[in-house]
Design a protein around this ligand. Structure first.
Ligand code: FMN
Length: 177
């Protein structure tokens, strides 16, 4: 697909077909995350690929009952090794920040493959950590269900986004271009 079409037609998908996603496709999507940039090239992201029905259901419950998560054939638990940047060691969100970049890569790659995804940030992290055995020094950053969308209109252009002039300033914050 053309790059800007991928970006413009990625939408949150919350209804999935039962159709399985083959291993090679998931691997290509994960590989897009693997090559993402990170501070100091730390690559702190880790991904747990979940397909077991019962486990997906438990994860969906731990996402505050967002049942649609378990309907996707594949659920990724996206994690980050806790770390801070050398420049501001008192902030410890560096690993999470890097992981989010990698997650965006994989979400756009999934769209390119015709797969629907949804960022699921409402996650009870302690519960999800237990379900997939995430160690203490690793954060759960996001849960991402992946599957073929049930609706033919799932990949439509965004509506209701702010205009560029509302979010971009010239030379100083608040000054309109
Ligand atoms: C960090 C983050 C967390 C989100 N968490 C959830 C969530 O827990 N559940 C959900 O259904 N959607 C969630 N979303 C999806 C947003 O609601 C959605 O991206 C936004 O409404 C714009 O719609 P679009 O993704 O279709 O363009 C989240 C999105 C982001 C970026």
């Amino acid at each position: 697909m053309e790059f800007y079409d991928v970006i413009q037609t990625r939408r949150s998908v919350r209804r999935f077909l039962k159709r399985a996603v083959d291993e090679e496709t998931i691997e290509r999507v994960l590989d897009a995350a693997r090559i993402a940039p990170s501070g100091g090239d730390r690559q702190p992201w880790r991904f747990v690929v979940v397909k077991e029905e019962q486990k997906k259901k438990r994860i969906a419950r731990a996402c505050y009952g967002q049942d649609f998560v378990a309907e996707a054939p594949v659920v990724l638990v996206c994690c980050a090794i806790k770390c801070s940047s050398g420049y501001e060691p008192w902030h410890d969100e560096a690993g999470r920040r890097d992981a989010v970049i990698a997650i965006d890569h994989l979400i756009l790659a999934a769209r390119n493959e015709g797969l629907g995804t949804c960022w699921v940030g409402a996650v009870h992290d302690k519960q999800v950590k237990k379900i997939v055995n995430v160690p203490d020094d690793v954060d759960v950053v996001m849960v991402v269900p992946i599957g073929y969308p049930a609706s033919k209109t799932a990949f439509r252009k965004a509506s209701g986004r702010k205009k560029l002039r509302e979010i971009c300033f010239l030379e100083q914050y608040g000054r309109k271009q």
